[in-house]
Structure formats: C-alpha cells, structure tokens
Design a protein around this ligand. Structure first.
Ligand code: DX5
Ligand code: ZN
Length: 214
C-alpha cells in the first residue's frame, strides 16, 4: 500500500488546523523543520508541533533539516512526533546513531534522510535499526522545486537493501512529487510519498491524495 504524507510547508500557516483537516485522507502529516543552518531557510519548530498534535489523528512525520539533531530529537518526540527523521549529513555517524537511539528510547519511530548528493551506501551503518529511510528528490530547503528523476537508481538500490536486511523499513521520497512523478517513485520502490505543493495547490485535495497513490 502506497502512503501519502502531505507537507504542511505548503499549507497556510495562519490556518494550519484547517489545512491539516483538509488532508485527513492521507497517511501522515509531514512536518518540515529547518534551522537556517543545515538548509538556507527557517520554518517551524517544537511549539508548532505541540500545537498541531491535538488537531489530527494522523501520525506526525517530522523531517529535521537541522544541524546536530541529537540536541533536539527528544523534545520533538515529547511534542508529539510519531516518526522523526534526521539527515545523515547533519552530524557524525556516532551522533546520528545517538539521535536514532534517543528517538527509539522515547518509543517513537526513527528514520534517516539522504540529500541528493549522498550515495545509497550512506544508509548502511543505520539500515538495521531505522523504521524509515527518506531519499530527497530535491535539494532540501524549499517546496515547489523540480523533481530529480536521477535519484531513482538510489531509491531502487535502497529498496533492494531494505528488502534484504530490514523488510519492515519504509522507503520515503520527498520533493517534486506530483501525479506523474509519483508513478516513477513507486516503480523505483518507494512506499511513502511526501507532497507539498501537489496537494495544497489542488482544487480537490482528497482527489489529489488518491491520485498520488499511483
Ligand atoms: C523540502 C521539504 C519538502 C517540501 C516538498 O526541503 O523537505 O517536504 O515541502 O515540497 P514539494 O512537494 O512542493 O516539492
Ligand atoms: Zn520534507
């Protein structure tokens, strides 16, 4: 089953509760956290996660685009995140392990994220212990960018690793996913699709979420 994770980065922040209700046929709420250091943009943080938690029954998929996420993962878990993902490029291997361990110790699901330039092999140190791997299909930082189809061999390579060594692990893609590119991602082996502008710019949001399932 293909899961859809609409990104609230494309929502109206003055009407976040309304815009989260509009995606209630989706599978996750994708929350993009940016610190202005790891990526050249600043978005939302822990207080916003706390406020949106009671507005939805959907799991919160919190994508941390911040330097040294080990400093903050426990606070995001306590704020109501169900799944917290950290970039492998955001700290040393040892500290990424520590961040994953802290998320799991909170009883939450943990994932790692790869920027476009990061090769598939970067998942290997973490493959057996994560619940999700996220492959970026744009440079992280902004919504509405063009889908990078050249990330598909990496998605397929990670799908093969997951099937062999951690078959319960989910494989997510993020960036430029629309009703056309979703099919490419699904064919390459992704089972969770993040979509910001493709969902929130649609006239019929539930219809668009259904269309993104491929
Ligand atoms: C980009 C974010 C994405 C973004 C996707 O750094 O991680 O989640 O919101 O937006 P679209 O679907 O518009 O490319
Ligand atoms: Zn994201």
């Amino acid at each position: 089953m293909i899961k859809i994770a609409p990104s609230i980065l494309s929502a109206d922040f003055a009407n976040l509760e309304r815009d989260i209700r509009r995606i209630d046929t989706a599978d996750y709420v994708h929350v993009d956290v940016m610190d202005g250091m790891f990526v050249p943009n600043i978005t939302i943080g822990i207080p916003v996660v706390m406020c949106i938690r009671p507005t939805t029954a959907l799991p919160l998929d919190v994508h941390l685009m911040i330097c040294r996420p080990v400093r903050y993962v426990e606070q995001f878990c306590d704020a109501g995140a169900d799944l917290v993902t950290v970039h492998v490029e955001s700290d040393t291997e040892e500290n990424i392990h520590a961040a994953i361990d802290k998320i799991l110790a909170k009883g939450k699901r943990a994932g790692i994220v790869l920027k476009p330039a990061t090769p598939a092999e970067a998942v290997l140190p973490f493959l057996e212990k994560v619940n999700l791997i996220l492959v970026m299909t744009v440079e992280p930082g902004f919504g509405g960018q063009k889908f990078m189809a050249d990330m598909m061999p990496k998605v397929s390579a990670i799908r093969a690793l997951i099937d062999e060594r951690n078959p319960c692990c989910e494989l997510e893609v993020d960036g430029g996913v629309d009703p056309v590119t979703c099919k490419t991602c699904i064919a390459a082996g992704a089972n969770v699709l993040v979509a910001g502008s493709a969902v929130y710019k649609a006239e019929d949001i539930p219809g668009r979420i259904a269309a993104l399932r491929g």
